[in-house]
Design a protein around this ligand. Structure first.
Ligand SMILES: NC(=O)C1=CN([C@@H]2O[C@H](COP(=O)(O)OP(=O)(O)OC[C@H]3O[C@@H](n4cnc5c(N)ncnc54)[C@H](OP(=O)(O)O)[C@@H]3O)[C@@H](O)[C@H]2O)C=CC1
Ligand SMILES: O=C(CO)COP(=O)(O)O
Length: 380
């Protein structure tokens, strides 16, 4: 599908960076992949394998790995950055000297920066001031892409050149790239769904059923879009691959690292044990902390995220939290149709009405008693 050979740089030697580098090469691009691990570089260049992150995947042999950032970025027209959010800014800062304004910079990272609450494309914007900036997000389990399972993603950018070049560079017979101009919504979708994937893994380990999983995912979608709208994103984005699409896959698959952390905790492991056993990034653990703090600052109602926070960090048993959530106030299904506040008001009005009727009934009762008493007096 690539119309002309494009030079692509991938920063990051983890599972997603490796899968994307190989897709671009399958698609005819010249690909250089940067990572800091010399042993992995040698393995990719000689055996076309990333033994640490995707051991069974035979990569496209044209991918050239290197620990030299300058060399990797030298001719790149498109730079894909697949570095966990904790290290993202430092890698961009290290790369900055060799980045150029005409390059297209795309974050593939589904996380939020700790102190700033910035998404990774905002970090890119802040660090470089460039205009060709975008994000990739969608239901994209790296190991399934490695198996060449048919997969779709979203490139989101306000810049048309970024959208079309990424579609041309990555779209191929097993990887389909859809376009969006709601960069903020797409990026938030990718980051937020990790929270609910942890909860879904926990629910599965605790033997909760399919009804429960469906409820969890649907209410997660309501919560994610409520938060994203408060942050200025378009709620319709959550109907797409980066919203409901990514939520479905990450809340259903043992291949998701966030799901696996939740599952391990549901089996009785502590958070630390679950994260250590994973040995890779599970962005949702940090995201739930940051989002709960932000939601309470902005007054956004996020009971599932807050519930998960209490389970992860305050030692509340997951079953107790599930029971508490089930007894929360009755709410609206789709709040863009029937606002949550309307349902709450209806409940308040009904309660006032019941109270007034009870009051009236008791007054009525009292006056009847009085009449009875009076007539009794008369009869006496
Ligand atoms: N894997 C997946 O299925 C998908 C992942 N993503 C997102 O992609 C992002 C990257 O994930 P993924 O590739 O899976 O992550 P991995 O955990 O598989 O790999 C992380 C990579 O980042 C490198 N890295 C970490 N810290 C630093 C640092 N300080 N300096 C330089 N390199 C560093 C690691 O290097 P080292 O090995 O030397 O530590 C490794 O190459 C995540 O935010 C994730 O949400 C998105 C879609 C799918
Ligand atoms: O984002 C992903 C799939 O789309 C990968 O999820 P995990 O980071 O939970 O593995």
């Amino acid at each position: 599908m690539a119309e002309q050979q494009i030079n692509v740089a991938v920063l990051g030697g983890g599972s997603f960076g490796t899968a994307l580098a190989s897709i671009a090469a399958d698609n005819g691009a010249r690909v250089h992949q940067w990572m800091r691990d010399e042993t992995l570089v040698a393995q990719i260049n000689h055996e076309h394998r990333n033994g640490r992150y995707l051991p069974h995947y035979v990569m496209n042999s044209a991918v050239q790995a290197s620990t030299d950032l300058q060399a990797v970025l030298a001719d790149a027209e498109l730079v894909l950055i697949a570095i966990p959010s904790k290290a993202f800014r430092s890698v961009v800062q290290a790369a900055k000297a060799w980045l150029r304004p005409e390059q297209i910079l795309v974050s593939t990272t589904k996380g939020i920066e700790q102190d700033s609450f910035l998404l990774m494309s905002q970090v890119l914007e802040q660090e470089t001031g460039f205009t060709h900036i975008g994000v990739i997000a969608g239901p994209n389990l790296a190991s399934e892409i490695a198996d060449k399972q048919l997969t779709a993603t979203v490139i989101a950018s306000a810049d048309p050149l970024t959208r079309t070049r990424v579609q041309q560079a990555l779209g191929c017979r097993y990887f389909r790239v859809y376009a969006s101009d709601d960069r903020h919504g797409v990026e938030l979708g990718g980051a937020l769904k990790n929270i609910y994937a942890i909860a879904a893994g926990m629910a599965a380990a605790l033997g909760m059923g399919e009804n429960t999983r469906s409820m969890l995912m649907t209410r997660a979608l309501a919560e994610m879009s409520r938060f994203a709208v408060a942050e200025g994103a378009n709620p319709m984005t959550f109907l797409g691959l980066a919203g409901v699409g990514d939520l479905i896959v990450t809340c259903s698959s043992n291949l998701s690292r966030n799901y696996r952390v939740g599952y391990a905790m549901g089996e009785g492991r502590t958070l630390e044990e679950a994260v250590d056993a994973l040995g890779q990034v599970a962005e949702g653990v940090n995201t739930v902390k940051l989002v709960c703090a932000k939601a309470s600052e902005m007054g956004v109602y996020m009971p599932l995220a807050e519930g998960l926070y209490h389970v992860l960090f305050d030692g509340v048993p997951a079953q107790d939290m599930a029971r508490t959530l089930m007894m929360g106030e009755q709410s609206s299904d789709v709040e863009f149709i029937l606002p949550r506040e309307t349902v709450q008001r209806e409940h308040r009005d009904q309660a006032l009405h019941n109270h007034a009727s009870k009051d009236h009934a008791s007054k009525d009762h009292a006056s009847k008693d009085q009449v009875f008493k009076n007539s009794g007096d008369k009869n006496a």
